[in-house]
Design a protein around this ligand. Structure first.
Ligand SMILES: Cc1ncc(COP(=O)(O)O)c(C=O)c1O
Length: 418
């Protein structure tokens, strides 16, 4: 992985993939009478027993609403919820748990920043830099701000492999640049962004920077203090955790200077009939009952990843990636999009003569689950000159046999469409 991912404190033990697979109950099931080969991990990852058990235990033994109770169960639920915050803090290398906000997902985290920052800090003519490989959840919130406040969106081109040229990036800055919102790793091309350099250059121009880490946080250990980003968003369900929860990291001073995104219980200091004052972060941005069980599940997922070793997972994935790219290169009817050097195992491809939806339908019948479509990245599809691709994406529990099943399925597609 690139230097912008944190090295593990201890040398990572290689993964025992067979033992690890046994921790995922769903991998025991079949698809159409064949072993399930799940290669749709960039959309959502499967859940280990540790996550399922943590959520079940929370419901069975310590469930109540958090923070506002003065009884045993509420205090236990609060302790578990706040422990998950500390786990997320450690996972991201944040300085304080107050810098970790639980959201309903990555999309919610990025909407929070675009909305709340947009209230006071971004006005008409102010410029926001985005890359052409953003997911729609890091594009549309900024379009909303453009529509609301007259902000200007400036687009950073990328190489065909998804690499960023720092000179092209620098050339986009003007005295009006206020913010950079950029993917730490493309969900289509798998290329990691040079996060530290991007942050340094943004700060040299007095602009703030947010990374969409919905993929980046899955495939390498992140250190937000080392990157020195202002905000970092990630989503629980791609990190082997549950749906309905995500994390926004933000520097404390910035968070406490931003107005709230949503109003309700928990986020206030004082409410009268005339006025309202707000709590500090993180509660300022956690209006209403938070995703208690989901945050506990995410905490268990992050502990699980750290237990296996984020670097050990990345090393295993990189072997799978190399094997898959090597085998795909032998198929003269397959075109792969994105071959950056430090690419994560997210492989977008097309098959000659076949629509990606047909490719995924045929693969599905062989037990291989992949995704097909525009991957919520329409500007990137346009940049690549396609309307859609198929995408195979790998996780800690995938094996070389899974790659081989993909290749066998693609031969079948070729036979049907050639
Ligand atoms: C790079 C990237 N950003 C953002 C998202 C949105 O995440 P969520 O739908 O969990 O909010 C995704 C999910 O596909 C993604 O891959």
């Amino acid at each position: 992985m690139s230097a912008n991912f944190r090295q593990n404190e201890a040398p990572a033990k290689p993964l025992d993939v067979a033992a690890l697979r046994a921790e995922f109950p769903i991998l025991a099931r079949e698809a159409y009478g064949r072993p399930l080969v799940y290669l749709d991990n960039a959309a959502s990852a499967q859940k280990p027993r540790a996550v399922i058990d943590a959520m079940t235990a929370a419901m069975e033994t310590s469930y109540a609403n958090v923070h506002r109770g003065l009884h045993l169960l509420s205090n236990e639920a609060t302790a578990a919820y706040e422990a998950a915050r500390k786990t997320a803090q450690a996972f991201l290398g944040a300085a304080s748990p107050d810098e970790i906000i639980f959201t309903s997902g990555g999309t919610d985290a990025m909407n929070l920043v675009a909305y709340a920052l947009g209230v006071d800090d971004i006005g008409e003519g102010d410029e926001i830099i985005l890359s052409l490989m953003e997911h729609h959840s890091n594009i549309v919130p900024w379009h909303l701000l453009r529509e609301r406040k007259g902000a200007v969106l400036k687009w950073l081109d990328i190489s065909d492999d998804g690499e960023i040229d720092l000179e092209t990036y620098k050339a986009l800055f003007t005295s009006n640049t206020k913010f950079v919102a950029i993917s730490h790793m493309s969900n289509v091309l798998g290329a990691p962004a040079p996060a530290k350099e991007l942050a340094r250059i943004a700060h040299e121009h007095d602009a703030k920077i947010m990374f969409d880490g919905c993929q980046g946080a899955v495939h390498g250990a992140v250190d937000v203090q080392d990157i020195d980003c202002d905000f970092y968003a990630m989503t629980g369900h791609k990190l082997y955790g549950p749906t309905g929860v995500g994390v926004l990291y933000g520097k404390k001073a910035l968070l406490n200077a931003m107005p709230p995104f949503k109003g309700g219980g928990e986020m206030i200091d004082l409410v009268t009939t005339e006025t309202v004052t707000y709590n500090d972060a993180p509660h300022r941005f956690e209006a209403g009952t938070p995703p208690i069980l989901e945050a506990i599940g995410l905490g268990a997922a992050l502990e699980w990843m750290r237990g296996k070793g984020v670097e050990a997972i990345a090393a295993h994935e990189s072997q799978l990636n190399a094997h898959a790219l090597e085998e795909l290169a032998k198929l003269n009817f397959v075109r792969v999009y994105g071959r950056a050097a430090a690419k994560a195992p997210i492989i977008a491809f097309t098959v000659d003569g076949a629509h990606p939806h047909d490719v995924s339908a045929i693969l599905d019948r062989t037990g291989v689950a992949v995704r097909a479509g525009h991957h919520c990245a329409q500007p990137l599809m346009k940049r690549l000159g396609v309307t859609a691709t198929a995408r195979a994406s790998f996780a800690a529990y995938n094996t070389h046999e899974d790659v081989d099943a993909l290749i066998a399925g693609l031969h079948k597609c070729h036979e049907m469409f050639s």
